[in-house]
Design a protein around this ligand. Sequence first.
Ligand SMILES: [Ca+2]
Ligand SMILES: [Ca+2]
Ligand SMILES: [Ca+2]
Ligand SMILES: [Ca+2]
Length: 229
Amino acid sequence: MVRRTSSQCGVRGRRLAACLLVLLAPVAAGAAPLISEVFYDAVGSDNGLSFVELWGVAGTSLDGLVLDGVNGGDGSITPHLTLSGVIPADGLFVIADDAGDGATSVAGADLVVNFDFQNGPDSIVLRAAAQVLDAVGYGEFAPEEHFAGEGLPAIEGAPGTSLARRFANVDTGHNASDFVVLDVPTPGAAALAAVPEPASAALLAAGLAGLACGGRSLPARRGAARRRA
Ligand SMILES: [Ca+2]
Ligand SMILES: [Ca+2]
Ligand SMILES: [Ca+2]
Ligand SMILES: [Ca+2]
């Protein structure tokens, strides 16, 4: 058995703690809105049923932001939606498809516009002018196709299912791991990761890092050292 020295353990533990802090951290207050759920393929016609849900800090203006659909086949942009409105108190803003008469069947819509995002492989990108704020690509992309998401694409579910972030406020930049298929779409509702207090997040990461170095937490190992002394 190879024994790690305490200094090897310390370096390894600090690296792991830093990684865990990044992985566990929800998006910080003041950050740009995220695409938290997309529902682009209802059973049968999508008209008046599809939606894109955004998560953001309450009070954030969406005026002038753009949602683009990027065609996986040729990279063309359609639809191209200019947004307006403000993230409400619960942090979730629902952009719902207009059924053609100014109304929508999507519950809790915050903005009604006419659109039809395609089934994959495609991507949906949230922009502020040329700056990409968030993006999700979904479906199986051939090498020559155009993926405009982050990391690897999210998998597609059957018609009637949506793609949603595991936690609406957590974005690791990897669509495949951030998004899951929901059998029942949830416009305007989402699981949120608690924003940890900086001290408790650091303690959690340090404890987990300590476990990686011999299965004892850092305080436990300090205690053992004191008993030997
Ligand atoms: Ca459909
Ligand atoms: Ca429509
Ligand atoms: Ca992102
Ligand atoms: Ca939702």
